[in-house]
Design a protein. Structure first.
Length: 149
């Protein structure tokens, strides 16, 4: 689905499958959203993404493969927060890019949680321990981002 609000657009996709326990129901694997993008003033990475959505480059072997190509491009686009060249990420492969991006997002969440705990912590030594943990997580995050190059 593509949503438009004024000059901005947002892409949303989700792989769906038949529920294994109840075949009359469908199960959504994972919702993927892009950020809102100003369509009239595209950054280079956004323009590369829009150009990659040209259906000529998609697989036409079956509908699932075609849709998977759309999902792959959105996964790569979402990883452009960490590496600004779409083609570099595209050569890595969508599965690898998604795995790395998911790990980075998990680390970002852990860092945010630790920073919130630090604000509430009264013992200085525990604040230091949490800061050390944050530094280790930031280092790990940096190493993961380097894998995109």
């Amino acid at each position: 689905m593509v949503f438009q609000y004024g000059d901005k657009i947002l892409f949303n996709v989700a792989h769906k499958r038949i529920n294994k326990a109840d075949e009359s129901k469908n199960t959504v694997e994972e919702f993927l959203y892009t950020d809102w993008t100003n369509f009239t003033n595209l950054a280079d990475r956004e323009e590369q993404f829009i150009n990659s959505m040209n259906f000529k480059g998609f697989s036409f072997s079956n509908c699932y493969r075609f849709y998977s190509d759309v999902v792959d491009r959105i996964n790569i686009f979402n990883a452009l927060k960490y590496q600004s060249d779409f083609e570099t990420l595209n050569t890595k492969g969508a599965a690898e890019v998604k795995t790395i991006a998911d790990k980075i997002e998990k680390i970002d969440f852990e860092i945010l949680e630790l920073r919130n705990k630090i604000k509430k912590e009264v013992q200085f030594n525990k604040k230091i321990e949490m800061n050390i943990s944050i530094k280790k997580l930031e280092h790990t995050r940096g190493k993961l981002i380097e894998k995109f190059d």
